[in-house]
Write a protein that binds this ligand. Structure first.
Ligand code: BG6
Length: 480
């Protein structure tokens, strides 16, 4: 087999996150997480972040799809599709309900023991994210989230406990999910989910808080990598970057330079994770702008000693930006800059569909960081319809995934990119992170539940279930 092809042991699988499917939000001493105080939004309507759990409001994470009680049935279905791996997260607040305790919650640890054993029973490799938009709520109310340096200790303590406990059950880990999303510091949802920063509208120091919180997360991640390798030298510990390549709106030099600056503002996270230091462009930016007040020589040493083994990435879409003269120092990468790209189609939620952008992204990351990549999210959120005979025909999802898998294989075979695995997002329908909807479905497996929380939770195989089964069986050669 050529070294420029998918290896025989390529990790085909699927991806989810604890807060979006487990439910059981208070069971066996679990504490509240930030996800548990987010209501359901709608297509085009943001979720509300409430002050604790408010009576009478609907919080989709509280029951989600009840994976906590149904995981055996669901993993059996994943095994039937042929999964080689399953990406999920550990809900930090199941292990440390408040986040700052000394002793972990044994019932929470036991749940993941059982879950990982169940995966292994079918030869499915767990791929585990330590923090996927589910910081314990108490760490927000008492410490202000990741603006506080103390969180480094709480996180590394949590990491140490789970690394030791699952030393022989888990090999692939990731630290922070889509750490670079918070680049858009004007988006309250992203700031809360990434860093537990609950801000006032138009808070003046939002940008500085974001850079400070991100710095502490990066230090915590590097410490975790270091620690994990000491606990088990065979661990493969990655970062997780949301890769959204940023195109210029035109060939005007100002647009091209704006897109380049937007890439710098968004992907420096990957530099720190993979190369162990801030890139010079961001150091220059920080030197000019008072944005990252607390960074020590010891932090820099930690960053240099805790570089990741691989880069986990999510890819859904590309983004296009145009120059704005009101932003001469290129501070943000937010909706203000984004323009429509008429050259790509859009999903029902307005997300551009751009498979070549995926190949471009894989090339870009491989060229910059020279590390193996793992595609840990990709997929199409779409409305599905259950036919009268109970079948679900989802050719749009198959088309999307087919085009993206083809692009990934081109990146491997023609561009020489090393990819360890591919886990499409929401392999079973779950709660949308962005909107809290159930009707924004990504899965190969349908779950009977609506946006108001009603439904039998019954699982139904969609057409894409059988298609993906063949893709895995053929190691990516039978896409049609
Ligand atoms: C990624 C997240 O941003 O995209 C997932 O890691 C999320 O948690 C996924 O669910 C899709 O986004 P959404 O908003 O459609 O759920």
């Amino acid at each position: 087999m050529s070294k420029y092809s998918l290896p025989k042991n390529f990790l085909w699988g699927g991806a989810v996150a604890a807060n979006q499917l487990e439910g059981a939000y208070k069971e066996e001493n679990k504490g509240l997480s930030v996800a548990d105080i987010m209501t359901a939004g709608a297509n085009g309507k943001n979720r509300e972040i409430t002050d604790g759990v408010v009576d009478g409001k609907y919080y989709p994470s509280h029951e989600a799809i009840d994976f906590y009680h149904r995981y055996k049935e669901d993993i059996k279905l994943f095994a039937e599709m042929g999964f080689k791996c399953f990406r999920t997260s550990i809900a930090w607040s199941r292990i440390f309900p408040k986040g700052d305790e000394d002793q972990p919650n044994e019932a929470g640890l036991k749940f993941y023991d059982d879950l990982f054993d169940e995966c292994r029973k079918y030869g499915i490799e767990p791929v585990i994210t330590l923090s996927h938009f589910e910081i314990p709520y108490h760490l927000i109310t008492k410490y202000g989230g990741w603006r506080n340096r103390k969180l480094i200790d709480f996180f590394t303590h949590y990491a140490e406990i789970v690394f030791k406990r699952y030393r022989d059950k888990v090999t692939y880990w990731m630290t922070f999910n889509e750490i670079d999303n918070q680049t858009d510091y004007t988006n309250q949802f992203l700031m809360a989910t990434n860093s537990g920063l609950i801000l006032k509208d138009n808070q003046a120091d939002a940008e500085a808080l974001m850079y400070q919180a991100a710095h502490y997360e990066l230090v915590a991640s590097a410490l975790a990598v270091h620690l994990g390798h000491r606990i088990n030298p065979n661990f493969k510990i990655g970062c997780m970057i949301n890769m959204t390549p940023i195109y210029p709106a035109s060939s005007k030099p100002v647009d091209i330079f704006q897109a380049e600056k937007a890439m710098q503002r968004r992907y420096w996270f990957a530099d720190v994770h993979a190369l162990g230091k801030y890139p010079r462009n961001m150091e220059a930016f920080f030197a000019k702008n008072e944005l990252r007040r607390d960074i020590t020589a010891e932090d820099r040493l930690i960053l240099s000693e805790g570089t990741v083994d691989y880069i986990g990435l999510s890819y859904y879409n590309s983004m296009t930006v145009a120059y704005k003269k009101e932003n001469p120092d290129f501070h943000f990468v937010g909706p203000e800059l984004v323009v429509d790209n008429p050259n790509v189609e859009k999903s029902s939620w307005g997300w551009p569909i751009d498979p070549l952008g995926f190949r471009y992204s894989l090339n870009w990351l491989a060229d910059h960081y020279h590390k193996p990549l793992m595609v840990v999210e990709n997929g199409l959120g779409a409305y599905d319809k259950v036919e009268n005979n109970g079948e679900i025909h989802d050719p749009y999802r198959i088309d999307y995934l087919k085009a993206h898998i083809r692009a990934m294989i081109d990146a491997v075979e023609e561009d020489g990119v090393e990819v360890l695995g591919y886990t499409p997002w929401g392999c079973i329908d779950l709660v949308s992170a962005g909107t809290g909807q159930m009707s924004k479905r990504y899965g190969f497996i349908y779950v009977d539940k609506d946006d108001q929380g009603h439904g039998s939770l019954k699982r139904i195989k969609k057409d894409s279930f059988f298609w993906y089964q063949k893709v895995i069986q053929s190691n990516g050669t039978a896409l049609d």
